[in-house]
Design a protein around this ligand. Structure first.
Ligand code: CU1
Length: 162
């Protein structure tokens, strides 16, 4: 019994730790974006992408889109046969596995003008640095029913005996 409680506690702490360390990483931010002006290669060099983080592409969907492609198509800016196409302007891409992933803009000429980014996701490396936004999960409450049975008369009872 005591052992299983310890196990539950450790498991719960591990889950909480994972939630607290997963980050939303917006491409190009701060100071840039998924656009033609930002030096996305330099931006990616300065980032660490941990497994479990979310990659966010935030952009004007009338100007740009996001294609996930293989390395050959990334290198050659080939927009046909992408692995995935994202067009919402606020695309959240979970980095659920480690390794390289490649993203280019599918609009004519944009990839060739530098709108491309290669993301190297690594195994989670521990706590986020201070000031890094954490993902908030909704809190759910469990309510006992009936709620007032434990302590006395139900509140709808018209008379108090004492
Ligand atoms: Cu673009």
């Amino acid at each position: 019994m005591a052992v299983s409680k310890v196990f539950l506690f450790v498991t719960a702490m591990a889950i909480i730790f994972e939630l607290a360390t997963a980050r939303n990483i917006t491409v190009g931010s701060p100071g840039g974006s998924w656009d033609l002006q930002t030096n996305l290669g330099a931006w990616a060099q300065g980032q660490t992408f941990d497994q479990g983080d979310d990659l966010v592409f935030s952009y004007d969907p009338s100007q740009h889109d996001v294609l996930e492609v293989n390395k050959a198509n990334y290198d050659s800016c080939t927009t046909s046969n992408p692995i995935a196409t994202h067009t919402s302007g606020d695309d959240v891409i979970p980095l659920s596995t480690t390794g390289m992933r490649y993203f280019i803009c599918g609009k004519p000429g944009h990839c060739g003008r530098g709108m491309k980014v290669a993301i190297n996701t690594v195994a989670s490396s521990g706590p986020s640095p201070p000031g890094t936004p954490v993902r908030q999960e909704p809190v759910t409450c469990t309510q006992r029913w009936p709620p007032e049975l434990d302590w006395g008369w139900p509140s709808f009872w018209p008379f108090k005996l004492i």
